[in-house]
Design a protein around this ligand. Structure first.
Ligand SMILES: Cc1cc2nc3c(=O)[nH]c(=O)nc-3n(C[C@H](O)[C@H](O)[C@H](O)COP(=O)(O)OP(=O)(O)OC[C@H]3O[C@@H](n4cnc5c(N)ncnc54)[C@H](O)[C@@H]3O)c2cc1C
Length: 392
C-alpha cells in the first residue's frame, strides 16, 4: 500500500468538543494505526489472514475493553474515548476494528455485566491484555436477523450443562480462546454461557472465500454434546435482551468506526484528485469531482456530530437502542457511499491495493449487514416512531 498520509477531516471543529483525554486517546490510536496497521493490512487482506502480530498493540492502545473498569484490566475510559478508538482502528481496517469490537462489546461487556465475580476475575484481565481472544455466538444458519428463533440449546445435567447446536458467521471464531454463546434452556429462555477452547465436542471451522473483512477471521461454532461446567453460565441477565444489550455497545462502536473508514476514503480521494492531472488540470478542479468531495465532507461532518451527541447520551446513560440503530445505519451507509464515490475518483488506481478505498468498500459490505442489517435498523426506527412492529 502507498504511504499512509492520512489527515483527519474536522470541518466543523469537532475537536473543540473533545476533552484533552479524548484527544490523547484518539491521537495514540491514530499514530499506532499509521505505524502498525497501515504497513501490513493490505497484505493481510490479500492473504485473507488476521494479522495476529497486532494483538499486543490493540491491547496497549486500550482497544480491548476501553470502558471496562481498570480493576478488571480495562482502560476505564468513557464512551467517547471508546468511540474514538474504534474510529481510528476502522480508519485502518474494518476487520481489525471488528476484532476489537467483538472482544470489548460482545465478550468483555457481557462477562462484566452479566457474569459472576469469578468469571470477571478469570477472564476479563486476560481479554484486556490480549492473552485471550474471545468471540460471540448469536447468529445461526437459520436465524440471522431473527436470533430469537435460535435452536442451539443447553440441558441441565445436574453437575454440568450439555450444549448442542451451531453458530455461523462468527468473527474471531477460528482462533478464539473463549466463546460467549447464546443458547436456549429447557424452558426456551435464552442464556449466555462461556465455552472454552479444548472442551470436548467444541470445534470452530473457518469460513473461507470471503470478499469482505478479509483481514478478520470468521468461522462457525459447532457444539456436539459439549459438557460446559455450571460455573460458566452468566447468571445476571437472560432473554433476548441480554445479547441485545451487547449489540447496543457494539453498534455504538460501529457508528464511530464507519466514520473512520469514510474519513480515510475521503482523505485519499481528496489528495488524489488534487494531484491527478487530466485535460491539463487537476481533476479536483472539475465541478463533477468537487461535487463528490463536497458531498462527502458534508456527510462525514453530519455523522461526526450525530455520533458525538450519541456519545454524550451514552456517557449519561440516556442513549436508547433506537438512537444507536439510527447512528449505525446512517454512518455505515454514509461510509459505503463515500467509498464507492471515492473509488471512482481514483479511476483505475481505485481498484488496486495501492490505496485503501476498495478494501474499505468491500469491508463495509459486511459492516452494513452484521450487527443488524441496514433494513432491520430501519425497522427499529420505524417501530420507535410509530409504536408498530413491521418485522413480520
Ligand atoms: C463478516 C461477518 C461477521 C459476522 N460476525 C458475527 C459474530 O461475530 N457473531 C454473530 O453472532 N454474528 C455475526 N455475523 C452475522 C450477522 O450478524 C448476520 O449476518 C446478520 O444479522 C444478518 O443475518 P443473515 O445473514 O442471516 O441475513 P437474513 O436475516 O437472512 O437477512 C437477509 C435479508 O433479508 C432482510 N430481512 C430479514 N428480515 C427482514 C424483515 N423482517 N423485513 C424486511 N427484510 C428483512 C435483511 O435485511 C437482509 O437484507 C457476522 C456476519 C458477517 C458477514
Amino acid at each position: 500500500m502507498a504511504q499512509d498520509l492520512f489527515q483527519a477531516p474536522d470541518y466543523f471543529g469537532l475537536d473543540d468538543l473533545l476533552t484533552e483525554e479524548h484527544k490523547l486517546v484518539r491521537d495514540a490510536a491514530r499514530e499506532w494505526v499509521k505505524r502498525e496497521v497501515s504497513p501490513i493490512i493490505e497484505d493481510a487482506a490479500q492473504k485473507a489472514e488476521f494479522p495476529k502480530e497486532i494483538i499486543g498493540g490493540l491491547a496497549e492502545i486500550g482497544a480491548f475493553g476501553p470502558y471496562i473498569p481498570e480493576e478488571y484490566g480495562g482502560a476505564g475510559l468513557d464512551q467517547i474515548s471508546y468511540g474514538l478508538i474504534m474510529q481510528e482502528i476502522e480508519r485502518g481496517d474494518s476487520g481489525v476494528r471488528s476484532t476489537a469490537s467483538v472482544q470489548s462489546s460482545l465478550v468483555m461487556y457481557p462477562i462484566w455485566k452479566y457474569g459472576t465475580e469469578e468469571q470477571k476475575q478469570k477472564f476479563l484481565p486476560k481479554l484486556a491484555s490480549g492473552e485471550f481472544i474471545g468471540c460471540f455466538g448469536l447468529t445461526e444458519p437459520d436465524f440471522g436477523s431473527n436470533p430469537g428463533g435460535m435452536v442451539t440449546n443447553i440441558k441441565d445435567m445436574g453437575d454440568h450443562y450439555l450444549l448442542n447446536g451451531a453458530k455461523m458467521w462468527i468473527s474471531n471464531a477460528p482462533f478464539a480462546d473463549i466463546a460467549v454463546v447464546w443458547a436456549k434452556n429447557e424452558e426456551g429462555r435464552i442464556k449466555g454461557i462461556i465455552v472454552e477452547r479444548g472442551m470436548e465436542g467444541f470445534s470452530t471451522p473457518e469460513t473461507h472465500n470471503k470478499w469482505s473483512l478479509r483481514a478478520s477471521a470468521t468461522g462457525e461454532l459447532i457444539f456436539d454434546n459439549v459438557k460446559v461446567p455450571k460455573e460458566n453460565l452468566m447468571p445476571n441477565k437472560d432473554g433476548l435482551g441480554a445479547p441485545l444489550g451487547c449489540l447496543d455497545s457494539a453498534r455504538y462502536g460501529i457508528a464511530w468506526g464507519a466514520i473512520g473508514a469514510a474519513m480515510d476514503c475521503y482523505d485519499t480521494a481528496l489528495r488524489y484528485a488534487k494531484e491527478r492531472v487530466q485535460f491539463d488540470k487537476p481533476i479536483a478542479g472539475t465541478q463533477l469531482q468537487q461535487k463528490k468531495l463536497a458531498e462527502m465532507i458534508t456527510e462525514i461532518t453530519k455523522a461526526q456530530l450525530l455520533t458525538w451527541r450519541l456519545g454524550v447520551l451514552r456517557n449519561e446513560g440516556n442513549a436508547t437502542s433506537a438512537q444507536i440503530s439510527m447512528a449505525k445505519r446512517n454512518n455505515v451507509d454514509m461510509a459505503l457511499n463515500i467509498a464507492r464515490e471515492a473509488r471512482q475518483i481514483l479511476g483505475a488506481m481505485g481498484i488496486t491495493g495501492e490505496y485503501s478505498i476498495m478494501r474499505h468498500m468491500m469491508n463495509l459490505e459486511s459492516v452494513i449487514t452484521y450487527e443488524g442489517t441496514h433494513d432491520i435498523h430501519l425497522l427499529i426506527t420505524g417501530l420507535d416512531i410509530t409504536g408498530i412492529p413491521a418485522f413480520k
